[in-house]
Design a binder for this molecule. Sequence first.
Ligand SMILES: [Zn+2]
Length: 64
Amino acid sequence: MSEPKMARIMCPNLTCRKVLSIPETARGKTVRCKSCGTSIRIPSSKPTKPAGQPEQGAQTPPSN
Ligand SMILES: [Zn+2]
């Protein structure tokens, strides 16, 4: 149980887009892409918002 959890982030540099494995301990810090040297800020918490979930409208049309 001593294995550090790794998170994967993609380099924001569109010409690089390298997937980097960073330890969870690096959250809230800035890491540098090994490939292009871009500084990437690691968010301290995971985005918990479910992506691509359309809101279901429970609107019923008036049946009169
Ligand atoms: Zn990069």
